[in-house]
Every structure is written in structure tokens, then in C-alpha cells.
Design a protein around this ligand. Structure first.
Ligand code: HEC
Length: 226
């Protein structure tokens, strides 16, 4: 953090600082992110209609030989499924005795995009969660988890953009924020964000639990006075 601050001071023609601040603000907490929420929930309702018969509720999968005729692999909790692969499967399906039907001629681009976002999100979430239960693998109010998230945040996120305790950084503050649902926070940390500037994806650097601890900390900050 010292080093970064030093760098910032060295390179600080006012204009640069300002531009960087704007770039950061533009992505890091990508305002209410209504678009993403809308895409996710559109993807989920389509998935619930078209895909659960084979892939199970919340992508939990249906075992081969289950009493239903259809079988589909588990999609939840499989971070190795990348976006291109998911998209390709949805569009083209796959032949075989366990076939995946192609949707490329049935759904339009936007619909396929929403499904892809949702499946990617399922794939990024920890597996084995109960269908209707919380997404996080532990209670987000757990003090030890919040403390662990706080330490990780201070080490990794505070120095560059988000500021000490998520305040006063070059990105908007986290304190008092109520418009950042846990699932979306998780997804943003996991995948990062593309925009005017880039929030790096942490999905490969952190385990699911570590990401959820960060989410627990952000939720905790959201309940503090701004
Ligand atoms: C008739 C059953 C069936 C339906 C309906 C179905 N799938 Fe599948 N899906 C499968 C099977 C079987 C596979 C495994 C194909 C293979 O890779 O061998 C699969 C594979 C996939 C994969 C790749 C998983 C992997 O392990 O590589 C994705 C992603 C996927 N399906 C998404 C969807 C989505 C989204 C829908 C709804 C639009 C859907 N599927 C509907 C049967 C189905």
C-alpha cells in the first residue's frame, strides 16, 4: 500500500489523478448494476423453464439413472466452466446418447446472453447448496468471517481503489450501501468488471470461501453509517 501511495504521489499531475479517480468510480461499484441484476434474473427464469428438467433446480444436476428420463450434468459449483464453453453448448447443444438440445435457433442473442450469465454465475457459486437456501456456504453475519474478510480487504482491495474500510478510496464508498446484494457482490469479485476501467477478477486468486468472507465484510460495511 505504501508503495502504491508513493507511486500515486510521484505521478500526480492533477489531471492524471482525476482521470484515474473517474475511471475507478466508473467501474468499481458499477452503480446500482441494474442491468446485471436484470440479466441474471431473466436468465434464471428462462433456465427454470427450459433447463431444470435436465440440469436440476439451481443447476444442481440430475443423476444418470434417476427416475426422470432426462439427465444433465451439474452446472453449479463448477468454476472451470468458462463463458465461451457455456455459450457454445447452449447454442449448439451436443449429440450423444445423453444429448443436450441446441437452442441457437430457438432463442435470440440477448436470451442466450442472459442464460450464459446465469449459468456462469451458477458455475461460480459453491456447489451443494440447498436449492432454496442461502448461497453463501456460511452465515454472512458470522463475526469471524467478517473479520477474515476485513483483513483480506485491507490487504488486497483497500490500497488500490477502495480505501480503508471501503471509504475514501477512488471508488464509491461501501459504507451504508444497501443496493449491493450479496450474490452480485460475489459475482463482481469473482468475475471482475469490464467498463471504463477494469476491476480485476479474483475468481482464480481466492477460494469461494475467501470471496464469501469479503462479501460478508462488504455486507457488514453496508450496515454502517456512511
Ligand atoms: C434434454 C436434457 C437437457 C436440457 C433440456 C438441457 N440440457 Fe444442458 N446438457 C444436457 C446434457 C446431457 C449435457 C452433457 C452433454 C455433454 O457434454 O456430453 C448438457 C450440457 C450442458 C452444458 C455444458 C456442461 C459441461 O459439463 O460441459 C451447459 C452449459 C448446459 N448444458 C446448459 C444448458 C442450458 C442453459 C439449458 C437450457 C436452455 C440446457 N442445458 C438444457 C442435457 C440437457
Amino acid at each position: 500500500m505504501k508503495r502504491l501511495n508513493g507511486l500515486r504521489n510521484t505521478f500526480r499531475p492533477a489531471a492524471f489523478g482525476l482521470a484515474a479517480a473517474f475511471a475507478c468510480a466508473a467501474f468499481a461499484v458499477a452503480p446500482p448494476a441494474d442491468d446485471d441484476k436484470a440479466r441474471l434474473s431473466a436468465g434464471k427464469s428462462r433456465f427454470d423453464k427450459l433447463c431444470v428438467s435436465c440440469h436440476g433446480a439451481d443447476g444442481a444436476g440430475i443423476a444418470p439413472g434417476a427416475s426422470t428420463a432426462s439427465y444433465g450434468p451439474r452446472l453449479a459449483g463448477r468454476p472451470e466452466l468458462n463463458e465461451a464453453h457455456i455459450r457454445d453448448r447452449i447454442i449448439h447443444g451436443k449429440h450423444g446418447d445423453k444429448a443436450m438440445p441446441p437452442w441457437g435457433t430457438v432463442l435470440d442473442d440477448a436470451e442466450i446472453g442472459q442464460l450464459t450469465v446465469y449459468v456462469k454465475w451458477l458455475a461460480a457459486t459453491p456447489s451443494g447448496r440447498p436449492a432454496a437456501g442461502p448461497l453463501a456456504p456460511f452465515d454472512l453475519n458470522d463475526e469471524a468471517r467478517i473479520a477474515a474478510g476485513k483483513r483480506r480487504f485491507a490487504k488486497t482491495c483497500a490500497g488500490y481503489c477502495h480505501g480503508f474500510e471501503g471509504v475514501g478510496g477512488r471508488a464509491p464508498d461501501f459504507k451504508g450501501r444497501t443496493d449491493l446484494p450479496a450474490e452480485l457482490a460475489y459475482e463482481t469479485i469473482y468475475k471482475g468488471r469490464q467498463g471504463a476501467d477494469v476491476m480485476p477478477p479474483w475468481g482464480n486468486a481466492f477460494t469461494n470461501e475467501q470471496i464469501w468472507e469479503l462479501v460478508a465484510y462488504l455486507q457488514y460495511l453496508g450496515k454502517q453509517q456512511p
